[in-house]
Design a protein around this ligand. Structure first.
Ligand code: BTN
Length: 252
């Protein structure tokens, strides 16, 4: 059970999260968010949240596991025009908001570009942003946030038990999901309102700054030194003494 009044009590926002759609059990909060948008039932800043997401979607067509009643699965609906230059920064804004929320709760989070959230080098959360584009502008966006909060190691599939973690595993104590959700939403609104400030803040959480990273680009495996992100949020990677900028690669 998620108590939406507890989220609302802890929100410090002007718009985001003023409307919360809660579902006890649902396939995917992103899918549900789009249904609300399509039906004209979503306001800008509406949060969709569930206690049990059974068919969660991850990046790169992966699935996303949520431990019912233990982890956090939520989506925030954006219903305003965003220029194509700034649109790429929004997923980074979400990762940064989660990192700041965890820092606020005394964790030491790091971000793996573009927006995997890590604790102790293991993944505890991820972001899936989906957009609708009209005439080169993003008109609607759904920002899906998944965060492992009170999961035990045994809650994870064996295949990810060594690479995934949760707030409980890292700290030894449980966290209230409503509070975490409210803090994330509050930071997200602040960061969203000043997207251009993201690159300078994001870099403070970067997991692989000045480290060698491997990735696949146009069917080739490449590697280089991660040097930072540019003003649009693209990864800057030094390969053979040249800085190249990438917008859509997945780091190993
Ligand atoms: C990733 O692969 O790292 C992104 C995972 C994103 C998962 C979240 S959980 C809430 C929202 N609803 C979904 O179906 N996916 C996102």
């Amino acid at each position: 059970m998620i108590f939406t009044n507890l989220i609302q009590t802890n929100l410090r926002t002007k718009v985001f999260g003023k409307k919360i759609e809660y579902y006890q059990r649902i396939g995917s909060t992103n899918e549900e968010a789009w249904e609300l948008v399509n039906a004209g039932e979503a306001d800008h800043g509406t949060v969709v949240i569930t206690d049990n997401q059974f068919s969660g979607k991850g990046r790169d067509n992966n699935t996303w596991h949520m431990s019912p009643s233990k982890s956090l699965a939520m989506s925030i609906i954006i219903k305003e025009e965003i220029s194509s230059e700034q649109a790429f920064l929004v997923p980074l804004a979400a990762g940064l908001a989660v990192a700041k929320a965890l820092k606020n709760r005394s964790f030491e989070p790091q971000l793996k570009w573009p927006n995997d959230i890590l604790l102790n080098s293991k993944k505890c959360g991820g972001i899936l942003c989906e957009s609708r584009v009209h005439k080169n502008k993003v008109t609607q966006m759904v920002i899906g946030i998944g965060l492992n909060v009170n999961d035990q190691k045994s809650d994870f599939d064996k295949s990810i038990q060594n690479t995934a973690t949760s707030l409980l595993i890292e700290s030894g104590y449980p966290n209230q999901r409503e509070l975490i959700s409210a803090i994330i939403t509050t930071y997200f609104e602040q960061i969203y309102d000043n997207l251009l400030a993201i690159p300078s803040q994001w870099i403070n959480y970067c997991f692989h700054l000045n480290k060698r990273v491997k990735f696949k680009y146009m069917n080739n495996f490449e590697d280089g030194i991660f040097k930072g992100i540019n003003e649009k949020g693209f990864a800057q990677i030094e390969i053979e003494d040249q800085i190249r900028e990438f917008s859509s690669i997945t780091l190993d």
